[in-house]
Design a protein around this ligand. Structure first.
Ligand SMILES: *[C@@H]1O[C@H](CO)[C@@H](O)[C@H](O)[C@H]1NC(C)=O
Ligand SMILES: *[C@@H]1O[C@H](CO)[C@@H](O)[C@H](O)[C@H]1NC(C)=O
Ligand SMILES: *[C@@H]1O[C@H](CO)[C@@H](O)[C@H](O)[C@H]1NC(C)=O
Length: 242
């Protein structure tokens, strides 16, 4: 279970924080160690960087287990790798696989939040055996707000990063994998802006993919609809299950 007594304490202490109050980065809560480095959730199977994804080819290397990984550089860049399955209570055989990658610049705000602004080359692949299009890749370009973060020094597991999403939902706790962040070059790595690639195959994209390049106006609205409906909300739920 992720909801350990420790996390309950974290949640309880967050409730006591005043929003207006500036946080102190030297308070022993945020500086158990610096946030700079590469972090990965329980399975430690998902890591940011070139082993996870080839952005110019839109290709993921599927990790052995699900998980999330965040990297932060000293000079203000972030990268996120996510791989998860979303179950469906009413259709138990309809398990959706989501794998995604995004990078950009981050800011630690004095109110305790982190804002991550993407470069525009992030993308995700959705595999849904029960949907008309069972496998597709599309641009993922959302600015992400994390309301709070904490780093603990766990007696057995070492440094542990807790991130809380815009709505307070916790991201699965992540362990420090490398103090030197494992990241792609910190700039946009492909020229296509908005993409959507549909495929009937699973896990690989055959030659005859339908490649649609849309105007950004059309895609922004459809992407917002998509993520609003299922992406972010499910992400929050699913992250608890990692
Ligand atoms: C679960 O499956 C039902 C029936 O196919 C579908 O209508 C619903 O949207 C699915 N829920 C999720 C969260 O995917
Ligand atoms: C903290 O400050 C940032 C930057 O000003 C802002 O975007 C964010 O909404 C604030 N977060 C909270 C929880 O007030
Ligand atoms: C991605 O999002 C950022 C932040 O909102 C924006 O500045 C950028 O133009 C977007 N990129 C694309 C390709 O739409």
């Amino acid at each position: 279970m992720i909801l350990t007594p420790l996390l309950a304490v974290v949640v309880a202490s967050l409730a006591g924080l005043s929003k207006a109050q500036d946080i102190d980065f030297e308070d022993g809560v945020h500086n158990a160690t610096t946030i700079v480095g590469t972090w990965s959730s329980q399975s430690r199977s998902v890591l940011t960087g070139p082993d996870f994804v080839n952005p110019s080819k839109l290709e993921f290397n599927y990790p052995r287990n699900t998980g999330v990984s965040y990297s932060f550089s000293q000079d203000g860049f972030y990268e996120i790798a996510r791989y998860r399955f979303n179950g469906n209570g009413s259709e138990p055989t309809c398990i959706t696989g989501v794998i995604g990658w995004v990078h950009g610049t981050y800011t630690l705000h004095s109110n305790g939040s982190i804002v991550m602004v993407p470069f525009g080359d992030g993308f995700q692949q959705i595999q849904d055996p029960c949907a008309p299009v069972s496998n597709f890749i599309e641009t993922y370009n959302f600015t992400e707000l994390y309301r709070e973060w904490r780093i603990f020094n766990d007696a057995t597991d070492g440094y542990k990063l807790h991130l809380f999403q815009f709505d307070g939902a916790p991201v699965a706790p992540q362990y420090l994998m490398n103090v030197n962040p494992i990241m792609h070059p910190t700039r946009a790595l492909r020229n296509d802006t908005w993409i959507r690639v549909d495929s009937k195959e699973k896990r690989s994209l055959p030659e005859d993919d339908v490649l649609q390049k849309r105007s950004s106006a059309v895609s922004v609205s459809s992407m917002n609809g998509f993520v609003g409906a299922s992406g972010l909300a499910l992400m929050a739920l699913a992250s608890l299950l990692l």
